[in-house]
Write a protein that binds this ligand. Sequence first.
Ligand code: NAP
Ligand code: ZN
Length: 346
Amino acid sequence: MPTVTAYATPAAKAPFEKTTIERREVGPRDVRIEIKYAGICHSDIHTGRDEWGAAAYPLVPGHEIAGIVAEVGAEVTTHAVGDRVGVGCLVNSCRQCEHCRRGLEQYCLGRSVGTYNDVDVDGTQTAGGYSKEIVVDEHFVLRIPAGLELDVAAPLLCAGITMFSPLNHWSCGPGKKVAIVGLGGLGHVGVKIAAAMGAEVSVLSQSLSKQDDGLAFGATSYYATSDPETLKSLRGTFDLIINTVSAPLPMTKFLALLALDGTLVNVGAPPEPQEISVGVLMGNRRSWAGSGIGGIPETQQMLDFCAEHGIGATIETISGEQIDEAWDRVVGSDVRYRFVIDTATF
Ligand code: NAP
Ligand code: ZN
């Protein structure tokens, strides 16, 4: 099997090491991708530090992958050598169940296969984008449209679709008041997409330190949630709130910000359980929901939408040797707004 250079963490909270991993031979429906850039998602950190449990080491994270097709299998019809492509959080699913047939592979009734820390249908351990190459079934390879640079496109493969899907599902658009909680990797892309969909967008951040950026991304209002008076003054305001925060929040206070029939969607995935006082749902007939990434057709739709609206992530490019430092900065909410690893530095 071909070996490729990668960065792996050997154990929970251990520093990254430059290493080599094996990739499978290109099968008839496989695409071999030369990875150019890989975004750092907070989910990489939850997994790598074993905060969600079930991490298998050595772990090569990375599910925001952008690169160039280097080789295709004999039966591949949708991609060709030289194409600009991306891979997100999924590399397989059953393809036959009702959800897969509807393009909701992330909710596969059989088993969807994660891009890393999972076992593929052939029994091999999956390894992610902190590496030079990946081999993926063509169905899970996305086209990156012309006009979107690969570095700013990479984070769209997870952050972009994770925000686009609930915004789409809960009818973000003109006349809707939408709030994004947390201006990190997911949040900043969410502000850009929600504004491009035509909604009136507010940011709810811990402080006002990133206000200028939030307004430049397309928000019209920006609030500091550390101020209890601000939260009180916003009660009953928003039709849709997307919570991207990676740590538990006082959810009852945030649910109270919803207007009649409003929905708060959790995409942030803290490991700890979160409590609410259910009375807050009864007032204004509110809903508290969750959403997981997005299926393959919707991910392509998101990439096309972003290209059409000139939306890429706002990034800081780093080398392979800077991954540990970048992870610490993400955990410290010191990211503006997505770290992207340049694999040319490997
Ligand atoms: P991120 O870049 O770290 O952004 C999270 C933001 O939340 C921070 O920038 C910060 O924004 C805010 N925040 C952090 N700690 C906080 C605290 N203690 N109290 C209040 N606010 C806090 O992370 P990300 O990559 O966007 O991912 C966010 C979460 O989504 C993670 O839990 C990740 O695992 C999850 N995720 C879920 C899906 C899904 O399919 N549902 C997909 C991808 C990621 P401010 O400084 O503006 O407050
Ligand atoms: Zn992610």
